[in-house]
Design a protein. Structure first.
Length: 190
């Protein structure tokens, strides 16, 4: 008899918990998304309309001077398995791309891209996982991006690193950790 990953038996339980902060019962695996890559916030607010092109799926940030380079980012998902739950904890993240990978992604965006992928750097700040100074992006977390079937977001697979986010994606997290993460996102401390 083959054992299933992360303790999933024949009848995995739907992830749910009663939130001590708001008293609600939250059902279903948590899912949180970042609307903008961290680099967006590096651009002064007065320059954003001129330098940033942002959609639900793509972001380009032009340099402040001719000496800089344009930053290219795509939206993707980063799944973390929850032990004993059928669905993962899903993070909607941004990943930086080379100009060539970004252009190839854009050119084939309306096609089935499941046969393609790219390398990138995670471009979000995740408070529970951020080991760098506050507000700094995960510039040191490299990832492979598996582009998806038509209409599906790409999936982020972190490259091996001595970082808790990589370990959690590889090994999964407990229900208690998933609850802690969800509570931190739903009810951030001031």
């Amino acid at each position: 008899m083959m054992r299933r990953l992360f303790g999933l038996g024949r009848n995995p339980k739907t992830f749910e918990f009663e939130c001590p902060d708001c008293g609600d019962i939250h059902r279903g695996s948590p899912s949180f998304a970042y609307a903008k890559p961290t680099y967006f916030f590096d651009v002064p607010e007065s320059d954003r309309d001129e330098r940033i092109k942002l959609s639900d799926d793509l972001c380009t940030i032009s340099p402040a001077s001719n000496n800089g380079e344009t930053i290219y980012c795509i939206r993707a998902t980063l799944d973390i398995p929850i032990h004993g739950a059928p669905d993962p904890f899903c993070w909607g993240v941004w990943v930086s791309q080379s100009k060539e990978s970004f252009q190839r992604y854009v050119d084939t965006f309306s096609d089935d891209q499941s046969h393609d992928g790219s390398f990138g750097w995670l471009a979000v700040t995740m408070p529970h996982y951020n080991l760098s100074p506050a507000g700094e992006p995960f510039t040191s977390l490299g990832c492979d991006v598996a582009w998806g079937a038509k209409g599906k977001r790409p999936k982020v697979i972190l490259q091996e690193a001595a970082h808790q986010l990589f370990l959690d994606q590889r090994d999964g997290i407990s229900w208690e950790t998933a609850i802690t993460l969800a509570r931190a996102m739903m009810h951030p401390e001031p």
